[in-house]
Design a protein around this ligand. Sequence first.
Ligand SMILES: O=c1ccn([C@@H]2O[C@H](COP(=O)(O)O)[C@@H](O)[C@H]2O)c(=O)[nH]1
Length: 233
Amino acid sequence: MKLENPIFCALDTTDIGRAVALARDLKGSVGGAKLGMEFFNAHGPEGYRAVAETGLPIFLDLKLHDIPNTVAGGIRAVLPLRPAIVNVHAAGGAAMMRAAADAAREAGDARPLLIAVTLLTSLDASDLADTGVTGSPSDHVRRLAALAAGAGLDGVVCSAHEIEALRRDLGPDFKLVVPGIRPEKSDVGDQKRVMTPSQALASGADVLVIGRPITGAGDPRAAADEINRSLAA
Ligand SMILES: O=c1ccn([C@@H]2O[C@H](COP(=O)(O)O)[C@@H](O)[C@H]2O)c(=O)[nH]1
């Protein structure tokens, strides 16, 4: 997947008309759209197709996490939609990720990039400790990313704070898809490990996942264009 524009806009809504209108409006200003559980649980494949018809590449962010056979089936079920990117949770383990990768390969040339969520960007060191995991978010992300790479995945979802370590560990071709992106002065909301778009790109992100800073703006296209200007500066 070669992207001229690294921004994938998260269309987190149950309003199909709004999602399609946003996708049309943003088409020249972002590289793709991300559809997650909020939209897909409401509208499924039909809603997906309505957004995909705009021509934007789609990251189908379902974050699958189950036993290997079930996750493989979940990946297989969405292959006919021809998403550009699909994902699973790295915490599902190596066997689960290998099963997902095997299933994704069944799409042949239309194989989506398969990536694994490491540690959600809404979690910090204290949240991680609460789950019983000792060590820093960075160590945890690096461990899970190495597991994903070993299982044959194309990359991971991580925060911008882990990019440099992951590039050192896993090289330039391993895809780093980065949410928790917040332009200067924008509301952080529920995100905890955040960075600005330009800092994240300079650190080596492949994809910047940006939702509310664009979709919550009065003029979403203008907000995306402002971010594009910050990336070009
Ligand atoms: O660790 C993760 C994994 C996924 N996300 C998703 O990205 C977007 C971010 O939206 P914002 O409105 O820019 O916060 C959202 O759809 C999440 O489900 C994430 O934030 N962090």
